[in-house]
Design a binder for this molecule. Sequence first.
Ligand code: KIV
Ligand code: ZN
Length: 521
Amino acid sequence: MDNKTDTKGEHLIIFDTTLRDGEQSPGISLDTAEKLEIAEQLARLNVDYIEAGFPVASQGDFEAVSAIAKSVEGPIIAGLSRTQLHDVDRCWDALKFAEKARIHVFISTSPSHMEHMLHMDQAQVLAEVKSGVGRAREHTDDVEFSPQDATRTPLDFMIEVLNAAIEAGATCLNIPDTVGYGIPWDFGALISYVRKMVPGEYILSTHCHNDLGLATANSLAGVQAGARQVEVCVNGIGERAGNAALEEVVMAVNIRSDQFPGVTTTVNTSEIAKTSRLVARLTGYPVQYNKAVVGRNAFAHESGIHQHGVLAERSTYEIIEASSVGQAGRQIVLGKHSGRHAFSDTLEKMGLKVQGDTLNATFNRFKELADRKVQITEADLEAIVAEELGTAVSSEFVLEELEVSGGTVAQPMARVVIDKDGTKSEGKAEGNGMIDAACNALSNATGVNAKLSEFNVSAVTGGIDALGDVVIQVESNGIKVSGRGVSTDVVEASARAYLNAVNRILRMQAKGDEREVEIGP
Ligand code: KIV
Ligand code: ZN
Protein backbone atom coordinates (compact mmCIF):
# COMPACT_ATOMS: atom_id res chain seq x y z
CA MET A 1 0.00 0.00 0.00
CA ASP A 2 1.85 3.10 -1.02
CA ASN A 3 -0.85 5.69 -0.54
CA LYS A 4 -0.14 7.78 2.52
CA THR A 5 -2.93 8.51 4.90
CA ASP A 6 -1.82 11.92 6.05
CA THR A 7 1.32 13.77 6.97
CA LYS A 8 0.05 13.81 10.56
CA GLY A 9 0.23 9.99 10.69
CA GLU A 10 -2.96 8.45 12.03
CA HIS A 11 -4.76 11.73 12.39
CA LEU A 12 -8.38 11.44 11.20
CA ILE A 13 -9.25 14.60 9.31
CA ILE A 14 -12.64 16.03 10.20
CA PHE A 15 -14.04 17.70 7.09
CA ASP A 16 -17.13 19.54 8.21
CA THR A 17 -19.70 20.17 5.51
CA THR A 18 -22.51 21.60 7.66
CA LEU A 19 -22.39 24.86 5.71
CA ARG A 20 -22.46 23.17 2.31
CA ASP A 21 -24.19 19.77 2.34
CA GLY A 22 -25.97 20.56 5.63
CA GLU A 23 -27.28 23.79 4.22
CA GLN A 24 -28.83 21.82 1.35
CA SER A 25 -31.46 20.44 3.75
CA PRO A 26 -34.96 21.52 2.70
CA GLY A 27 -35.97 24.83 4.28
CA ILE A 28 -32.51 25.79 5.53
CA SER A 29 -31.30 29.11 4.28
CA LEU A 30 -28.52 30.76 6.25
CA ASP A 31 -27.37 34.35 5.84
CA THR A 32 -23.70 35.18 5.51
CA ALA A 33 -23.60 36.38 9.12
CA GLU A 34 -25.21 33.16 10.34
CA LYS A 35 -22.75 31.09 8.30
CA LEU A 36 -19.89 33.09 9.77
CA GLU A 37 -21.22 32.49 13.26
CA ILE A 38 -21.32 28.74 12.64
CA ALA A 39 -17.90 28.77 10.96
CA GLU A 40 -16.38 30.54 13.96
CA GLN A 41 -17.89 27.95 16.28
CA LEU A 42 -16.55 25.16 14.03
CA ALA A 43 -13.14 26.74 14.43
CA ARG A 44 -13.55 26.61 18.22
CA LEU A 45 -14.59 22.98 17.82
CA ASN A 46 -11.27 22.63 16.00
CA VAL A 47 -12.39 20.78 12.88
CA ASP A 48 -9.67 20.44 10.22
CA TYR A 49 -11.72 21.63 7.23
CA ILE A 50 -14.81 23.77 6.85
CA GLU A 51 -16.56 23.28 3.53
CA ALA A 52 -18.08 26.74 3.44
CA GLY A 53 -20.32 26.45 0.37
CA PHE A 54 -20.68 26.03 -3.36
CA PRO A 55 -19.63 29.45 -4.70
CA VAL A 56 -21.04 29.11 -8.21
CA ALA A 57 -24.50 28.13 -6.89
CA SER A 58 -25.61 31.67 -6.06
CA GLN A 59 -24.27 35.11 -5.25
CA GLY A 60 -25.18 34.49 -1.59
CA ASP A 61 -23.08 31.30 -1.50
CA PHE A 62 -20.15 33.09 -3.12
CA GLU A 63 -20.28 35.93 -0.59
CA ALA A 64 -20.54 33.58 2.37
CA VAL A 65 -17.57 31.46 1.25
CA SER A 66 -15.42 34.50 0.67
CA ALA A 67 -16.44 36.08 4.01
CA ILE A 68 -15.48 32.86 5.83
CA ALA A 69 -12.23 32.58 3.84
CA LYS A 70 -11.33 36.15 4.79
CA SER A 71 -12.03 35.96 8.50
CA VAL A 72 -12.15 32.47 9.99
CA GLU A 73 -8.83 31.34 11.39
CA GLY A 74 -7.70 27.80 12.12
CA PRO A 75 -9.46 25.31 9.87
CA ILE A 76 -8.66 25.05 6.16
CA ILE A 77 -11.52 26.50 4.12
CA ALA A 78 -12.93 24.42 1.27
CA GLY A 79 -15.36 25.27 -1.52
CA LEU A 80 -17.27 22.90 -3.78
CA SER A 81 -17.03 23.09 -7.56
CA ARG A 82 -18.25 21.20 -10.61
CA THR A 83 -15.58 20.31 -13.17
CA GLN A 84 -16.38 23.23 -15.50
CA LEU A 85 -13.44 25.62 -15.65
CA HIS A 86 -15.65 28.62 -14.92
CA ASP A 87 -16.93 26.93 -11.74
CA VAL A 88 -13.42 26.10 -10.57
CA ASP A 89 -12.23 29.67 -11.15
CA ARG A 90 -15.27 31.09 -9.37
CA CYS A 91 -14.67 28.73 -6.45
CA TRP A 92 -11.08 29.94 -6.20
CA ASP A 93 -12.17 33.58 -6.38
CA ALA A 94 -14.24 33.00 -3.25
CA LEU A 95 -11.52 31.03 -1.46
CA LYS A 96 -8.37 32.89 -2.40
CA PHE A 97 -8.25 35.09 0.73
CA ALA A 98 -8.07 32.11 3.08
CA GLU A 99 -4.81 31.32 4.79
CA LYS A 100 -5.20 27.76 3.47
CA ALA A 101 -7.80 26.69 0.96
CA ARG A 102 -9.01 23.54 -0.77
CA ILE A 103 -11.03 23.22 -3.96
CA HIS A 104 -13.37 20.23 -3.89
CA VAL A 105 -14.16 19.16 -7.46
CA PHE A 106 -16.94 16.66 -8.16
CA ILE A 107 -18.70 14.99 -11.07
CA SER A 108 -21.22 12.15 -11.19
CA THR A 109 -19.91 8.77 -12.30
CA SER A 110 -22.87 6.39 -11.90
CA PRO A 111 -24.71 5.26 -15.05
CA SER A 112 -27.97 6.74 -13.78
CA HIS A 113 -26.49 10.21 -13.15
CA MET A 114 -24.44 10.17 -16.35
CA GLU A 115 -27.45 9.29 -18.47
CA HIS A 116 -30.19 11.36 -16.83
CA MET A 117 -28.33 14.35 -15.44
CA LEU A 118 -25.03 14.87 -17.24
CA HIS A 119 -25.93 13.38 -20.64
CA MET A 120 -22.30 12.33 -20.97
CA ASP A 121 -20.53 9.07 -21.70
CA GLN A 122 -17.54 7.68 -19.79
CA ALA A 123 -14.95 9.28 -22.06
CA GLN A 124 -16.53 12.70 -21.61
CA VAL A 125 -16.66 12.30 -17.83
CA LEU A 126 -12.99 11.27 -17.76
CA ALA A 127 -12.06 14.33 -19.80
CA GLU A 128 -14.03 16.55 -17.38
CA VAL A 129 -12.23 15.03 -14.38
CA LYS A 130 -8.84 15.74 -15.91
CA SER A 131 -9.63 19.31 -16.90
CA GLY A 132 -11.50 20.27 -13.70
CA VAL A 133 -8.95 18.79 -11.29
CA GLY A 134 -6.07 20.10 -13.40
CA ARG A 135 -7.52 23.62 -13.31
CA ALA A 136 -8.04 23.42 -9.54
CA ARG A 137 -4.39 22.42 -9.12
CA GLU A 138 -3.35 25.60 -10.95
CA HIS A 139 -4.95 27.54 -8.08
CA THR A 140 -4.00 25.48 -5.03
CA ASP A 141 -2.03 22.39 -4.08
CA ASP A 142 -4.92 21.10 -1.95
CA VAL A 143 -7.49 19.56 -4.31
CA GLU A 144 -10.17 17.03 -3.41
CA PHE A 145 -12.00 15.00 -6.02
CA SER A 146 -15.35 13.22 -5.58
CA PRO A 147 -16.98 10.78 -8.03
CA GLN A 148 -20.60 11.54 -7.13
CA ASP A 149 -22.80 8.46 -6.53
CA ALA A 150 -19.66 6.34 -6.15
CA THR A 151 -21.48 3.47 -4.44
CA ARG A 152 -23.61 2.93 -7.57
CA THR A 153 -20.71 3.37 -9.99
CA PRO A 154 -19.19 0.28 -11.72
CA LEU A 155 -15.95 -0.46 -9.88
CA ASP A 156 -13.67 -0.48 -12.92
CA PHE A 157 -14.91 2.91 -14.09
CA MET A 158 -14.62 4.40 -10.62
CA ILE A 159 -11.01 3.25 -10.35
CA GLU A 160 -10.25 4.67 -13.79
CA VAL A 161 -11.75 8.01 -12.80
CA LEU A 162 -9.89 8.10 -9.47
CA ASN A 163 -6.57 7.32 -11.14
CA ALA A 164 -7.26 10.09 -13.66
CA ALA A 165 -7.96 12.50 -10.80
CA ILE A 166 -4.66 11.59 -9.12
CA GLU A 167 -2.78 12.07 -12.39
CA ALA A 168 -4.40 15.47 -12.80
CA GLY A 169 -3.21 16.47 -9.32
CA ALA A 170 -5.89 15.53 -6.76
CA THR A 171 -4.50 15.21 -3.23
CA CYS A 172 -7.63 13.81 -1.62
CA LEU A 173 -10.02 11.21 -3.03
CA ASN A 174 -13.47 11.26 -1.51
CA ILE A 175 -15.89 8.35 -1.94
CA PRO A 176 -19.44 9.72 -1.71
CA ASP A 177 -22.29 7.43 -0.81
CA THR A 178 -24.53 10.10 -2.32
CA VAL A 179 -27.84 8.28 -1.93
CA GLY A 180 -27.03 6.41 1.29
CA TYR A 181 -26.94 3.03 -0.46
CA GLY A 182 -23.92 1.62 1.36
CA ILE A 183 -23.91 -1.14 3.97
CA PRO A 184 -21.00 -0.95 6.44
CA TRP A 185 -19.00 -4.05 5.42
CA ASP A 186 -19.63 -3.38 1.75
CA PHE A 187 -18.64 0.28 2.03
CA GLY A 188 -15.53 -0.69 4.03
CA ALA A 189 -14.60 -3.16 1.29
CA LEU A 190 -15.01 -0.40 -1.30
CA ILE A 191 -12.56 1.82 0.59
CA SER A 192 -10.06 -1.07 0.86
CA TYR A 193 -10.43 -1.70 -2.87
CA VAL A 194 -9.70 1.94 -3.71
CA ARG A 195 -6.60 1.86 -1.49
CA LYS A 196 -5.42 -1.21 -3.34
CA MET A 197 -6.20 -0.08 -6.87
CA VAL A 198 -5.24 3.60 -6.77
CA PRO A 199 -1.57 4.06 -5.98
CA GLY A 200 -0.13 7.42 -5.00
CA GLU A 201 0.04 9.88 -2.15
CA TYR A 202 -3.41 11.06 -1.27
CA ILE A 203 -5.90 11.13 1.53
CA LEU A 204 -8.83 8.78 1.22
CA SER A 205 -12.13 10.18 2.46
CA THR A 206 -15.72 9.10 3.18
CA HIS A 207 -18.89 11.08 2.54
CA CYS A 208 -21.89 9.06 3.73
CA HIS A 209 -25.56 9.95 3.52
CA ASN A 210 -28.08 8.54 5.94
CA ASP A 211 -30.95 7.23 3.79
CA LEU A 212 -30.79 3.83 5.51
CA GLY A 213 -29.71 5.26 8.87
CA LEU A 214 -26.19 3.92 8.27
CA ALA A 215 -24.16 7.07 7.60
CA THR A 216 -22.17 6.91 10.84
CA ALA A 217 -21.66 3.14 10.62
CA ASN A 218 -20.51 3.41 6.99
CA SER A 219 -18.09 6.25 7.81
CA LEU A 220 -16.58 4.19 10.62
CA ALA A 221 -16.25 1.17 8.33
CA GLY A 222 -14.41 3.47 5.94
CA VAL A 223 -12.03 4.59 8.69
CA GLN A 224 -11.39 1.01 9.69
CA ALA A 225 -10.52 0.26 6.06
CA GLY A 226 -8.02 3.11 5.86
CA ALA A 227 -9.92 6.33 5.13
CA ARG A 228 -8.27 9.19 7.01
CA GLN A 229 -10.84 11.87 6.32
CA VAL A 230 -14.55 11.79 7.16
CA GLU A 231 -17.02 14.27 5.74
CA VAL A 232 -19.62 15.05 8.37
CA CYS A 233 -22.28 17.54 9.42
CA VAL A 234 -23.15 18.78 12.89
CA ASN A 235 -26.38 17.10 14.09
CA GLY A 236 -26.24 14.92 10.97
CA ILE A 237 -28.12 17.48 8.86
CA GLY A 238 -27.92 17.41 5.07
CA GLU A 239 -29.76 16.40 1.90
CA ARG A 240 -32.82 14.17 2.56
CA ALA A 241 -32.05 11.99 5.64
CA GLY A 242 -28.80 13.89 6.19
CA ASN A 243 -25.07 13.18 6.38
CA ALA A 244 -22.97 11.30 8.92
CA ALA A 245 -23.18 13.22 12.20
CA LEU A 246 -19.90 14.83 13.26
CA GLU A 247 -20.54 14.24 16.95
CA GLU A 248 -21.32 10.54 16.43
CA VAL A 249 -18.27 9.75 14.30
CA VAL A 250 -15.90 11.74 16.51
CA MET A 251 -17.19 10.23 19.75
CA ALA A 252 -17.23 6.69 18.33
CA VAL A 253 -13.56 6.97 17.33
CA ASN A 254 -12.82 8.53 20.68
CA ILE A 255 -14.73 6.12 22.95
CA ARG A 256 -13.93 2.95 20.97
CA SER A 257 -10.29 3.72 20.32
CA ASP A 258 -9.67 -0.04 20.72
CA GLN A 259 -11.40 -0.47 17.35
CA PHE A 260 -9.39 2.27 15.63
CA PRO A 261 -5.89 1.76 16.98
CA GLY A 262 -3.82 4.92 16.82
CA VAL A 263 -6.50 6.91 14.99
CA THR A 264 -7.33 10.19 16.68
CA THR A 265 -9.05 13.47 15.93
CA THR A 266 -8.14 16.87 17.32
CA VAL A 267 -11.75 17.94 17.82
CA ASN A 268 -12.31 19.90 21.00
CA THR A 269 -15.17 17.65 22.13
CA SER A 270 -16.26 19.94 24.97
CA GLU A 271 -17.54 22.34 22.27
CA ILE A 272 -19.82 19.69 20.71
CA ALA A 273 -23.04 20.50 22.60
CA LYS A 274 -22.71 24.23 22.04
CA THR A 275 -22.05 23.71 18.33
CA SER A 276 -25.05 21.44 18.09
CA ARG A 277 -27.35 23.99 19.74
CA LEU A 278 -26.06 26.81 17.56
CA VAL A 279 -26.61 24.82 14.37
CA ALA A 280 -30.08 23.76 15.52
CA ARG A 281 -31.05 27.33 16.30
CA LEU A 282 -29.72 28.95 13.17
CA THR A 283 -30.91 26.26 10.75
CA GLY A 284 -34.28 25.81 12.42
CA TYR A 285 -33.71 22.03 12.49
CA PRO A 286 -34.38 20.86 16.05
CA VAL A 287 -32.36 17.99 17.47
CA GLN A 288 -34.43 14.91 18.24
CA TYR A 289 -34.62 14.28 22.00
CA ASN A 290 -32.99 10.86 21.79
CA LYS A 291 -30.27 11.86 19.30
CA ALA A 292 -26.93 10.22 20.14
CA VAL A 293 -24.42 12.47 21.93
CA VAL A 294 -26.32 15.78 21.57
CA GLY A 295 -29.98 14.92 22.24
CA ARG A 296 -31.40 16.33 25.46
CA ASN A 297 -32.09 12.76 26.64
CA ALA A 298 -28.64 11.45 25.74
CA PHE A 299 -27.65 11.66 29.41
CA ALA A 300 -31.07 11.33 31.05
CA HIS A 301 -31.92 8.21 33.05
CA GLU A 302 -35.58 7.40 33.53
CA SER A 303 -35.75 4.01 35.18
CA GLY A 304 -35.05 3.66 38.88
CA ILE A 305 -32.44 0.96 38.36
CA HIS A 306 -30.49 3.12 35.91
CA GLN A 307 -30.74 6.19 38.14
CA HIS A 308 -29.52 4.18 41.09
CA GLY A 309 -26.61 2.80 39.08
CA VAL A 310 -25.52 6.16 37.70
CA LEU A 311 -25.69 7.78 41.13
CA ALA A 312 -23.51 5.03 42.56
CA GLU A 313 -21.05 5.08 39.64
CA ARG A 314 -21.61 7.03 36.39
CA SER A 315 -20.01 4.42 34.16
CA THR A 316 -22.63 1.79 35.05
CA TYR A 317 -25.00 3.19 32.42
CA GLU A 318 -23.04 5.95 30.67
CA ILE A 319 -20.24 5.40 28.19
CA ILE A 320 -19.69 9.11 27.53
CA GLU A 321 -19.05 11.65 30.25
CA ALA A 322 -21.55 14.48 29.69
CA SER A 323 -18.96 17.17 30.43
CA SER A 324 -16.62 15.74 27.76
CA VAL A 325 -19.10 16.85 25.09
CA GLY A 326 -20.14 20.05 26.87
CA GLN A 327 -23.44 18.57 28.06
CA ALA A 328 -22.93 19.35 31.74
CA GLY A 329 -25.74 20.96 33.80
CA ARG A 330 -26.79 24.37 32.51
CA GLN A 331 -25.83 27.23 34.79
CA ILE A 332 -27.95 30.08 35.96
CA VAL A 333 -25.99 33.10 34.86
CA LEU A 334 -28.00 36.31 35.15
CA GLY A 335 -31.08 37.83 36.73
CA LYS A 336 -33.26 40.93 36.58
CA HIS A 337 -30.71 43.17 38.30
CA SER A 338 -27.82 42.29 36.03
CA GLY A 339 -26.53 45.29 34.10
CA ARG A 340 -25.25 45.72 30.56
CA HIS A 341 -21.67 45.08 31.60
CA ALA A 342 -22.43 41.76 33.30
CA PHE A 343 -24.58 40.86 30.33
CA SER A 344 -21.95 41.46 27.65
CA ASP A 345 -19.29 39.91 29.86
CA THR A 346 -21.36 36.74 30.19
CA LEU A 347 -21.93 36.56 26.44
CA GLU A 348 -18.21 36.93 25.86
CA LYS A 349 -17.42 34.15 28.33
CA MET A 350 -19.93 31.95 26.53
CA GLY A 351 -18.04 32.63 23.31
CA LEU A 352 -20.92 34.62 21.76
CA LYS A 353 -19.69 37.59 19.76
CA VAL A 354 -22.40 40.25 19.84
CA GLN A 355 -21.66 43.91 19.22
CA GLY A 356 -23.18 47.28 18.35
CA ASP A 357 -26.90 47.42 17.57
CA THR A 358 -27.33 43.68 18.01
CA LEU A 359 -25.86 43.92 21.51
CA ASN A 360 -28.34 46.72 22.36
CA ALA A 361 -31.27 44.78 20.92
CA THR A 362 -30.19 41.59 22.70
CA PHE A 363 -29.78 43.45 26.00
CA ASN A 364 -33.29 44.89 25.64
CA ARG A 365 -34.70 41.42 24.98
CA PHE A 366 -32.81 40.13 28.01
CA LYS A 367 -34.31 42.87 30.23
CA GLU A 368 -37.83 42.11 28.98
CA LEU A 369 -37.23 38.45 29.66
CA ALA A 370 -35.75 39.05 33.10
CA ASP A 371 -38.99 40.82 34.08
CA ARG A 372 -40.92 37.64 33.35
CA LYS A 373 -38.40 35.00 34.34
CA VAL A 374 -36.42 35.03 37.57
CA GLN A 375 -33.32 33.17 36.53
CA ILE A 376 -31.78 33.39 33.09
CA THR A 377 -29.61 30.44 32.10
CA GLU A 378 -26.94 30.06 29.44
CA ALA A 379 -29.48 28.26 27.27
CA ASP A 380 -31.91 31.22 27.54
CA LEU A 381 -29.15 33.64 26.53
CA GLU A 382 -28.13 31.47 23.58
CA ALA A 383 -31.76 31.41 22.43
CA ILE A 384 -32.29 35.18 22.51
CA VAL A 385 -28.89 35.90 20.99
CA ALA A 386 -29.63 33.46 18.15
CA GLU A 387 -32.98 35.09 17.52
CA GLU A 388 -31.55 38.62 17.60
CA LEU A 389 -28.64 37.66 15.33
CA GLY A 390 -31.14 36.28 12.82
CA THR A 391 -33.20 39.45 13.09
CA ALA A 392 -30.21 41.76 12.79
CA VAL A 393 -29.16 40.11 9.57
CA SER A 394 -32.47 40.14 7.85
CA SER A 395 -34.29 42.89 9.66
CA GLU A 396 -36.96 44.55 7.60
CA PHE A 397 -39.91 44.32 9.99
CA VAL A 398 -39.73 44.42 13.78
CA LEU A 399 -42.53 43.34 16.08
CA GLU A 400 -43.61 46.27 18.27
CA GLU A 401 -46.96 45.21 19.71
CA LEU A 402 -49.00 42.05 19.86
CA GLU A 403 -52.48 41.66 21.33
CA VAL A 404 -54.40 38.40 21.15
CA SER A 405 -57.70 37.14 22.48
CA GLY A 406 -59.27 33.73 22.22
CA GLY A 407 -60.31 30.71 24.21
CA THR A 408 -63.03 28.14 23.76
CA VAL A 409 -65.92 30.59 23.28
CA ALA A 410 -64.89 33.69 21.31
CA GLN A 411 -63.36 33.69 17.81
CA PRO A 412 -59.55 34.08 18.25
CA MET A 413 -58.39 37.56 17.20
CA ALA A 414 -55.02 39.29 16.98
CA ARG A 415 -53.74 42.82 16.49
CA VAL A 416 -50.10 43.58 15.72
CA VAL A 417 -48.03 46.69 15.22
CA ILE A 418 -44.81 46.33 13.29
CA ASP A 419 -42.06 48.78 12.46
CA LYS A 420 -40.02 49.11 9.32
CA ASP A 421 -37.37 51.84 9.26
CA GLY A 422 -39.44 53.97 11.65
CA THR A 423 -42.75 53.49 9.80
CA LYS A 424 -45.37 51.64 11.78
CA SER A 425 -48.16 49.52 10.36
CA GLU A 426 -51.00 47.75 12.06
CA GLY A 427 -52.64 44.46 11.12
CA LYS A 428 -55.74 42.76 12.57
CA ALA A 429 -57.06 39.30 11.82
CA GLU A 430 -59.03 36.34 13.03
CA GLY A 431 -57.71 32.80 13.04
CA ASN A 432 -58.51 29.24 14.03
CA GLY A 433 -56.42 29.76 17.16
CA MET A 434 -54.42 32.58 18.70
CA ILE A 435 -51.20 31.62 16.90
CA ASP A 436 -53.00 31.42 13.58
CA ALA A 437 -54.65 34.81 14.24
CA ALA A 438 -51.27 36.39 15.10
CA CYS A 439 -49.69 35.04 11.89
CA ASN A 440 -52.66 36.27 9.84
CA ALA A 441 -52.41 39.73 11.43
CA LEU A 442 -48.68 39.82 10.57
CA SER A 443 -49.48 38.75 7.06
CA ASN A 444 -51.91 41.69 6.75
CA ALA A 445 -49.44 44.15 8.24
CA THR A 446 -46.48 43.07 6.11
CA GLY A 447 -48.39 42.29 2.91
CA VAL A 448 -46.54 38.95 2.68
CA ASN A 449 -48.67 35.86 2.54
CA ALA A 450 -46.52 33.04 3.87
CA LYS A 451 -48.12 29.63 4.40
CA LEU A 452 -47.06 27.80 7.55
CA SER A 453 -45.86 24.28 6.68
CA GLU A 454 -44.07 23.19 9.87
CA PHE A 455 -44.44 24.28 13.47
CA ASN A 456 -42.26 23.11 16.31
CA VAL A 457 -42.19 24.39 19.87
CA SER A 458 -39.83 23.32 22.61
CA ALA A 459 -38.94 24.62 26.05
CA VAL A 460 -35.41 26.02 26.30
CA THR A 461 -35.15 25.05 29.97
CA GLY A 462 -37.46 23.43 32.52
CA GLY A 463 -39.99 25.19 34.79
CA ILE A 464 -43.26 27.03 34.38
CA ASP A 465 -41.50 30.23 33.24
CA ALA A 466 -39.36 28.43 30.64
CA LEU A 467 -38.68 30.15 27.34
CA GLY A 468 -40.70 28.71 24.48
CA ASP A 469 -38.51 28.26 21.42
CA VAL A 470 -40.63 28.19 18.28
CA VAL A 471 -39.22 27.07 14.94
CA ILE A 472 -41.43 27.24 11.88
CA GLN A 473 -41.13 26.66 8.18
CA VAL A 474 -43.16 28.74 5.78
CA GLU A 475 -43.58 28.87 2.04
CA SER A 476 -44.33 31.86 -0.14
CA ASN A 477 -44.26 31.84 -3.95
CA GLY A 478 -42.08 28.73 -4.06
CA ILE A 479 -39.55 30.06 -1.49
CA LYS A 480 -39.29 27.89 1.61
CA VAL A 481 -37.60 29.30 4.70
CA SER A 482 -37.48 28.72 8.41
CA GLY A 483 -37.97 31.26 11.17
CA ARG A 484 -37.42 31.18 14.89
CA GLY A 485 -38.69 33.12 17.85
CA VAL A 486 -38.33 32.84 21.60
CA SER A 487 -40.42 34.18 24.43
CA THR A 488 -41.94 33.04 27.70
CA ASP A 489 -45.24 33.36 25.80
CA VAL A 490 -45.67 30.78 23.04
CA VAL A 491 -48.01 32.99 20.97
CA GLU A 492 -45.45 35.81 21.04
CA ALA A 493 -42.63 33.36 20.21
CA SER A 494 -44.69 32.13 17.24
CA ALA A 495 -45.35 35.67 16.00
CA ARG A 496 -41.63 36.45 16.25
CA ALA A 497 -40.78 33.27 14.35
CA TYR A 498 -43.31 34.13 11.64
CA LEU A 499 -41.94 37.67 11.24
CA ASN A 500 -38.40 36.32 11.18
CA ALA A 501 -39.39 34.01 8.31
CA VAL A 502 -41.19 36.83 6.44
CA ASN A 503 -38.05 38.97 6.70
CA ARG A 504 -35.99 36.15 5.24
CA ILE A 505 -38.39 35.76 2.34
CA LEU A 506 -38.21 39.47 1.58
CA ARG A 507 -34.44 39.43 1.75
CA MET A 508 -34.22 36.42 -0.57
CA GLN A 509 -36.60 38.03 -3.03
CA ALA A 510 -34.66 41.30 -2.95
CA LYS A 511 -31.36 39.54 -3.57
CA GLY A 512 -32.78 37.12 -6.14
CA ASP A 513 -30.81 34.59 -4.11
CA GLU A 514 -32.39 31.41 -5.35
CA ARG A 515 -29.97 28.62 -6.25
CA GLU A 516 -29.00 28.79 -9.88
CA VAL A 517 -27.01 25.54 -9.82
CA GLU A 518 -27.97 22.34 -8.06
CA ILE A 519 -25.64 19.58 -6.95
CA GLY A 520 -27.56 16.42 -7.57
CA PRO A 521 -30.46 14.22 -6.55
O1 KIV B 1 -23.39 13.51 -1.69
C1 KIV B 1 -22.57 13.86 -2.55
O2 KIV B 1 -22.26 13.13 -3.51
C2 KIV B 1 -21.99 15.18 -2.44
C3 KIV B 1 -20.85 15.46 -3.35
C4 KIV B 1 -20.95 16.82 -3.94
C5 KIV B 1 -19.56 15.21 -2.64
O3 KIV B 1 -22.37 15.95 -1.59
ZN1 ZN C 1 -23.50 14.86 -0.01
